[in-house]
Design a protein around this ligand. Structure first.
Ligand code: NI
Length: 253
């Protein structure tokens, strides 16, 4: 049964250099129905599109990640627009704000805003990264009203409910299986299941029992099991509904 939809992955990462092709073939001929590989700069956007051309079930998001910005990033938005015209590009991502890293905040906000405008111009959903920038991220969501996913959600229940009210989806990954994941567990219990999508962010954030090891889309099973436990339902029902949600938000239905 093809029951897993990985809404956020980085298979371009060097962690997959040794076995990328055999791994993707085995995942996509097994439990994994679809994967959306996220771009972080122009090179990884192009790689994401190449993967999407190469494998059925693989899709691409194109965008500039806040960690990867430079003084020329604003000039690259036109290239992102051109790349987004590819039929297997389903979102603008991974975009957002990261106040943990030292990239100047005015530059982050300028490039994030430009990509939110691009997504609305192209009628595409977004995949948003928010690290230690909850207030400014929410302000941008209220101002630009994108559709899409707030990935690896790390905010409060109140913020999650506001994000859902704004029409967006909450991305839940391996973190929900961690012992110290109290906030994420609360969010996973509180948000309507119809607004949750599952993700890996692989090669990072492997769920327990693989915590600290290389992540891949098959591990979503463990994230789904934990979510089923939290919501007192079956793993199959969690996988089924979150897959429908992912197909809906990426406009694949
Ligand atoms: Ni990511």
């Amino acid at each position: 049964m093809k029951s897993i939809f990985d809404t956020h992955a980085h298979y371009d990462d060097p962690a997959f250099d040794e076995d990328r092709d055999s791994l993707l073939r085995s995942l996509l001929s097994g439990e994994v129905a679809a994967i959306v590989n996220q771009g972080t700069d122009l090179a990884t956007c192009e790689k994401s599109i190449r993967f999407a051309q190469q494998y059925e079930g693989m899709y691409a998001a194109v965008g500039l990640h806040p960690e990867c910005l430079t003084q020329t990033s604003m000039d690259e938005i036109d290239t992102i627009r051109r790349l987004a015209a590819h039929p297997k590009v389903v979102a603008i991502g991974e975009i957002g704000l990261d106040y943990y890293y030292d990239v100047p905040r005015p530059l982050q906000k300028e490039v994030f805003a430009a990509q939110l405008r691009l997504a609305s111009e192209l009628d595409l959903p977004v995949n948003i990264h928010d690290r230690e920038a909850h207030g400014d991220t929410l302000d941008m969501l209220r101002q630009y009203r994108p559709k899409g996913i707030l990935h690896c959600f790390s905010g409060s229940v109140e913020m999650a409910q506001e994000v859902v009210r704004l029409g967006m989806y909450i991305g839940i990954g391996g973190v929900v299986t961690f012992k110290n994941a109290r906030k994420t567990v609360e969010v996973a219990a509180a948000v309507p299941l119809e607004r949750i999508v599952l993700e890996t962010d692989c090669p990072y954030l492997s769920p327990v029992p693989f915590r600290g090891k290389r992540n891949d889309s098959s591990h979503i099973l463990y994230t789904a099991q934990r979510l089923a436990e939290i919501r007192n339902m079956t793993t199959e029902a969690v996988l089924e509904q979150t897959k429908i949600n992912a197909e809906t938000v990426y406009q694949l239905r």
